[in-house]
Write a protein that binds this ligand. Structure first.
Ligand code: NAP
Length: 484
């Protein structure tokens, strides 16, 4: 590989993907890197989310950087604060912080003559040869459009904007939403609140994944034998990818049937027929992102829990009013209403080749190439761009694969012969046509509403197996790129 040109690279976002990108980019020999982070600290989703019960639902030994195995994970799926502290330790060890400009949100990025000129809330930042976008997917909170939301008299906050000053102990708490976030909070707080009203619009399938502590002897064994840690990673990756991830894209029916049975028998733990009926989804297992919890059903069967399925008509100072006319009186209202996963970098003003705006390029829907590159945005590389594998793999595995792919294209810019690289329109069209043709085989396209589905009704995930993703990421097909 020729490194004739010294590149100046901008990374947007100091979350898990941005941190990894700095480390791997430096390892590849690029040191002139600035990370623009809009918040005052790092960690992305693990910084933003601090709600009670927060943990990852991907096994910890899989949810780690390939280059930083961690023998010390406390649980099969570790708590959020532990993941944030892992990220901080990695940052410290690899001296990443010197690259990060905090409280500097990118407001504009404009491409001209082989360079991206960047402006942030701190002012103009100059020109960069490449931009790596690592802003995450579950990032922009969705606030429900319910009349009177602002009129609630007590504390009300989105789960990713948790108000740490509010104690839930002995309070009447309402949670709107029943996704992964709401179910984790429910399990964590049911023992301390006076009562909990869980406002459910759509029932969820729940896979009873036990989250047990990892014994000290096992951790000591991993410390003493790093090979065992690698083997555990390999075992989990194989199991996860060939079972769960393959099942949801229609590539492993036996595993899918196993998931269906596990979810159904978990639901059978709900004894009261009326409650069970409320909690029974009317769509296929896995269509929405599955909930992983072996404590949720137990929590909602507690005497101080109520699952409310009547439509919310208004929020009033005293609580939540439902269509049956009842006012559910509350002290605290938690909005577990999820994220807009289709906004990506917006509201950033991105102006590509010949003045083409990202909003214009994506006016008919977000389309890119293999989740990494976008036509008319040369030298612009996304971690988790449109149709990346979201939700069903370890995000850190996906991010590293996409980084490695992007780095091979960035190497072309380093060679000195190329100053602009972007995917050919035909390649992008062919990829998106293949996505659309394959999507009906997936479980996400079987007729439910979920955060995978965009405003046009298109499922915005990767419809193939993880093995295919890794193969596609292994080496860019240069014929699919235009270079100048
Ligand atoms: P989500 O899965 O999108 O759930 C949002 C919930 O809010 C849904 O139940 C939705 O109902 C409800 N909702 C939205 N607007 C509403 C309204 N106006 N009125 C009533 N209900 C409304 O969001 P999430 O729970 O934050 O999870 C998002 C993703 O983050 C997860 O799927 C997962 O990938 C990730 N996550 C992972 C973990 C983990 O690792 N354990 C934890 C949390 C989150 P409908 O279903 O009817 O739309």
């Amino acid at each position: 590989m020729s490194t004739a040109r010294k590149l100046r690279v901008a990374i947007v976002g100091a979350g898990a993907s941005g941190i990894m990108s700095v480390i791997k980019m430096r390892e590849a020999g690029i040191d002139d890197i600035t990370v623009f982070e809009k918040a005052a600290s790092l960690g992305g989703t693990w910084r933003d989310n601090r709600y009670p019960g927060l943990s990852c639902d991907v096994p910890s030994h899989l949810y780690r950087y390939s280059f930083e195995p961690n023998p010390d994970w406390s649980h099969v799926c570790s708590p959020g604060p532990e993941i944030l502290s892992y990220l901080k330790q990695v940052v410290e060890k690899h001296d990443v912080a010197r690259h990060i400009q905090f409280s500097s949100e990118v407001t504009k990025a404009e491409f001209n003559a082989g360079k991206w000129t960047i402006e942030t809330t701190q002012g103009p930042q100059g020109a960069f040869d490449a931009v790596l976008v690592a802003v995450g997917v579950l990032h922009h909170p969705v606030y429900p459009d319910i009349p009177g939301l602002d009129s609630f008299a007590g504390p009300a906050f989105h789960t990713s904007r948790w108000d740490d000053s509010v104690s839930l102990k002995g309070k009447r708490v309402g949670i709107i939403g029943t996704g992964s976030t709401a179910t984790q909070i429910t399990g964590a707080v049911i023992g301390e609140v006076a009562n909990l009203s869980l406002f459910q619009r759509t029932a969820q399938w729940v896979l009873p994944l036990p989250n047990t502590p990892i014994p000290e002897e096992e951790k000591a064994d991993y410390r003493a034998n790093p090979g065992k840690l690698d083997a555990e990673y390999g075992r989990l990756a194989k199991e996860f990818n060939s079972n769960f991830a393959a099942a949801v894209v229609g590539a492993n029916d036996e595993a899918y049937q196993g998931m269906v049975m596990a979810c159904q028998s978990n639901l059978d733990r709900v004894k009261d027929p009326e409650l069970k009926a409320k909690l029974t989804p009317d769509y296929k297992v896995g269509c929405k992102r599955m909930i992983m919890s072996d404590i949720f059903y137990e929590a909602v069967q507690q005497p101080n829990a109520e699952v409310v399925t009547d439509k919310i008509t208004a929020i009033e100072p005293g609580g939540v009013r439902t269509a049956d006319g009842r006012l559910h009186e509350l002290d605290v209202l938690v909005l577990a209403t999820g994220f807009d996963t289709h906004r990506f970098v917006r509201p950033m003003n991105v102006i590509g080749r010949e003045g083409r705006r990202l909003d214009e390029i994506w006016s008919g829907g977000n389309e890119g190439y293999l989740g990494v590159t976008v036509p008319d945005l040369p030298n612009w590389f996304m971690i988790g761009g449109p149709n990346s594998p979201i939700g069903n793999f370890s995000w850190l595995m996906t991010a590293e694969n996409q980084f490695n792919y992007a780095m091979k294209l960035i190497d072309k810019l380093r060679s000195g012969n190329v100053t602009e690289i972007s995917p050919k329109v035909e390649a992008v069209r062919a990829f998106n046509a293949a996505v659309k043709a394959k999507m009906p085989d997936t479980i996400w396209a079987t007729g439910c509403n979920s955060w995978y589905v965009d405003k046009n009704g298109h499922v915005a995930s990767w419809p193939w197996t993880y093995e295919k993703f890794e193969a596609d990421m292994a080496e860019p097909v240069l014929d699919h790129y235009e270079m100048a």
